[in-house]
Structure formats: C-alpha cells, structure tokens
Design a protein around this ligand. Structure first.
Ligand SMILES: Cc1cc2nc3c(=O)[nH]c(=O)nc-3n(C[C@H](O)[C@H](O)[C@H](O)COP(=O)(O)O)c2cc1C
Length: 194
C-alpha cells in the first residue's frame, strides 16, 4: 500500500504553532507520499455519543463524520497535530479519537484490523519549556496506538505561545527535518516494555 499521510489539525486557531511545525515536518516527506490535511475546527464532529452497546451500527457516510471516517481508513499514517491543552490533547483531537471507539463496530469494516500496522504520529506545540509536561498527551497517543496494534512514531514537540513562536525553536525545527523519516515501532503499553 503506498504511503499516504492524513494530517489532522486540532488547534482552536488556524496558522498556529502546531500547524507551522507539522508543515515543516511534512515538507520533508518524499513527493510521492500523498498528504491530506483536514482542519478539525473547520470540519467539526458532533458531540460523541456512546452507542456501542445499544444500537444498530451503520457506516458513517454523511457530513464530517463520513469525511473523517473515509479519510482515516484511507491513510497509512495518521498525524494528530494538536496543541498541548491542559497537558493533554485539545478537545477537537480527543473527540476525533473518541469516534474511533464507535468506528470499531462499523459493519463491513473491521476498523481495528484495518488500522493495525498503520502508524500514528503526533505534533504538538506548547508554551511550557520543559517538554515532560506533555507526557500525558504522549501517553494518550502511545496507548491508543498500542490498543489499535498500530505503530507509533512519537510526538514532535515545539515551544511557543503566540502564533509563529515555534519558528524560533531551532531545535524543534531541526527535529522536524527528520521526524517522519524515523522508524515507527509497533506501539506497546508501558507494562509491556522489556
Ligand atoms: C485551552 C488552552 C490550554 C493550554 N494548556 C497548556 C498547557 O497545559 N501547557 C502548556 O505548556 N501550554 C498550554 N497552552 C498554550 C498552548 O499550548 C500554546 O499557546 C500553543 O502554541 C498553542 O498551539 P497553536 O499555536 O497551534 O494553537 C494552552 C493554551 C490554551 C488555549
């Protein structure tokens, strides 16, 4: 399957630091790797409803849910570009991941088997200079990938508060140059680590 990257922008503002950093990393992808960019603020998902145990499930076809479902299963690589909000994912990013729980029951599509072996990546801007405060976000993405039997490429972190600040984080820009060229091992839960 040729590689195709789905970039999900999950900030509450456009042209912010997370998007700038994600675009810097994406510039390094080979030209034959497809890139699709979807801004979750411009394609908002309705409130997630947990219907896993009490309704007939249908494949999402309409609106932003259908668009995001189709884009997700078409991509080999999913990049969650979420700013750090309260030490974790933004609401937009979290809501998108919540939808995966419903999609696990889509008739005719084994969502878990479809996503297994594909790669989850993160890109995050944060105001704090000590990046370990983003560990909850990194853990959320790592454990979600582990649950889905996906690969996890890690999270590209950059510092910034107002839009454009991240372009002064020279170390983040240097990491962006090789970020997507890294090996992405199969994700493991922390208790599975050797
Ligand atoms: C709702 C909200 C919560 C935030 N929480 C944190 C946080 O927990 N830690 C932090 O370092 N920065 C926090 N910030 C700052 C943003 O992470 C920072 O401004 C970042 O550059 C925003 O990314 P963006 O430019 O892509 O929108 C928060 C900002 C907002 C609006």
């Amino acid at each position: 399957m040729p590689r195709s990257f789905l970039f999900l922008l999950a900030s509450s503002r456009s042209d912010g630091n997370t998007e700038l950093l994600a675009r810097r990393a994406a510039e390094q992808l080979p030209a034959d790797v497809e890139q699709r960019w979807i801004d979750l603020a411009k394609h908002p998902l309705p409130d997630f409803e947990d219907l896993r145990h009490d309704s007939d499930h249908v494949r999402p076809k309409d609106g932003n849910t259908g668009l995001l479902f189709d884009a997700t299963i078409a991509a080999t690589d999913i990049v969650i570009a979420s700013p750090l909000y309260w030490y974790s994912l933004s609401g937009q990013a979290k809501r998108y991941l919540d939808y995966w729980s419903g999609w696990l029951r889509t008739p005719g599509v084994d969502f878990k088997a479809t996503m297994a072996g594909r790669t989850l990546w993160g890109v995050t801007a944060l105001a704090h200079e000590e990046f370990e405060v983003a560990d909850p976000l990194v853990g959320t993405l790592n454990n979600s990938a582990a649950y889905m039997r996906m690969r996890f490429g890690g999270v590209l972190l950059g510092n910034g508060s107002k839009p454009g600040d991240v372009l002064r984080d020279t170390e983040a820009l240097a990491r962006a140059k090789t970020f997507f060229a890294q090996e992405a091992p199969l994700a493991r839960f922390p208790y599975e680590e050797a």
